[in-house]
Design a protein around this ligand. Structure first.
Ligand code: ASP
Ligand code: MG
Length: 406
């Protein structure tokens, strides 16, 4: 018996029948003697529909008003689930973000949680009531409604679980858990039983489809055990926990890929102090996120500098760098949009050598050229030609012993 936070995503509550299924799962957990706090997302597609309506009125609608509108998606599902539970004779009460004391900053559309006062929720639980909280929303210190960014109800759930010191935060979704690679391109991908927060953060491109990545940062910071699992079956999913909680020690836990990458190279850049700052300051001023950077030294005081940006920012970044190149006297600016990043991730890498060479050899055997490399303590990433992405993921998955047995 304990205090269990359960979060249900949009597909798990897409209609009244599914809300009824969720209510049954909540009731079962409650009947086992647990206290249950449920965090809900909006019904699948509803947030998109609301955004669509707002943008028919104005190209960029007032941000404060947009949050008032978007918060209604979760208000609807919270009330519907509480009603369903009540109709089944379970005591349940719905709370909006501000009633659950979710205090955020005032960055409408992408607010950060500053504090959660657990008092109100705790009072309700102590009277053996089920609490249903509208996810994705909070309230700034001036009482304005805010939302936490797309997929933000995951972060609501983890934050509330942490404030309540819940025993576990269960994230119910439409997939069985986190996989060793994207099962859509690697049919030998397996479900991972246990993964560390850091691995999950490094697997953003794989994991972000399942969990809002901000929620993982939050879980790590406050050490909230998270169980990602399906609401459509009873299978155990993936536990996301701190590294020392007795995990199986694989060297590589997953192979990820990211096709949303483009590459820009400045040729023959004068090798002088301040040049890199001139290259990257206008990029960051345009809020473009740079991922990898490499610099090759040439002779005669010149270097080539290459970096990657998201595909959507490519043409903007290219134009910026053409101007920078003129200013600093670089010879040329080249761009390439047909690239992808493949990575191997694993905490076991920390204590093992040879992971990088195995990765490079595996790619070489398939004649896949590596254009850029970056590493962190628990990840190695290679930029390759986009058309080899699927092949690279599959051969790396096999090489690192991740294939499921058939
Ligand atoms: N309903 C919001 C969205 O679609 C929040 C969430 O689903 O977590 O982004
Ligand atoms: Mg969602």
């Amino acid at each position: 018996m304990g205090l269990i936070v359960q979060k249900y995503g949009g597909t798990s509550i897409a209609n009244l029948e599914r809300i009824r299924n969720v209510a049954e799962r909540v009731a079962k957990t409650f009947d086992q003697g647990n206290d249950v706090v449920v965090i809900l997302s909006a019904m699948a597609g509803v947030t998109d529909g609301l955004i669509d309506m707002a943008t028919q009125i104005a190209e960029s609608p007032d941000k404060r008003e947009l949050d008032v509108l978007l918060a209604t998606g979760e208000q609807t599902t919270a009330a519907l689930l509480a009603m369903t539970l009540n109709a089944m004779n379970y005591p349940a009460l719905s709370l909006l973000g501000h009633q659950a004391e979710v205090v955020t900053d005032d960055t409408f559309g992408n607010a950060r949680i500053l504090d959660i006062g657990a008092r109100h929720i705790m009072d309700i639980i102590e009277n053996r009531n089920i609490v249903v909280v509208a996810g994705f929303q909070g309230c700034d210190p001036n009482g304005n409604i805010t939302t936490l960014g797309r997929g933000g109800s995951d972060t609501s759930a983890v934050a509330i679980a942490s404030a309540l010191k819940a025993d576990i935060c269960e994230i119910y979704t439409d997939v069985d858990g986190i996989y060793t690679a994207d099962p859509n391109i690697c049919e030998k991908a397996r479900k991972i039983n246990t993964i560390s927060y850091d691995e999950m953060l490094n697997m953003a491109s794989l994991g972000a489809k399942v969990l809002q990545i901000r929620s993982v940062g939050f879980a790590k910071k406050y050490n909230v055990p998270v169980h990602v699992r399906s609401s459509f079956n009873e299978e155990e999913g993936t536990m996301v926990v701190s590294e020392d909680s007795g995990m199986e020690r694989l060297i590589v836990s997953a192979v990820t890929h990211d096709k949303d990458q483009a590459r820009i190279t400045l040729k023959k850049v004068p090798d002088q102090p301040g040049v890199a700052a001139k290259i990257f300051t206008p990029i960051s001023e345009s809020s473009i996120i740079v991922d990898m950077i490499i610099q090759n030294t040439r002779e005669e005081g010149q270097t080539d500098l290459t970096f990657t940006v998201p595909k959507a920012a490519f043409s903007n970044a290219l134009e910026i760098e053409r101007n920078v190149a003129k200013e600093i006297g670089a010879e040329d600016v080249l761009g390439d949009i047909n690239i992808a990043k493949v990575s191997v991730v694993g905490v076991g890498m920390k204590n093992h050598s040879g992971v990088a060479s195995k990765m490079f050899n595996t790619l070489a055997k398939e004649n896949i050229n590596i254009m850029m490399i970056s590493t962190s303590e628990i990840r190695i990433s290679c930029v390759i030609e986009e058309k080899y992405t699927e092949l690279a993921v599959r051969v790396l998955h096999t090489a690192f012993g991740l294939d499921k047995e058939d």
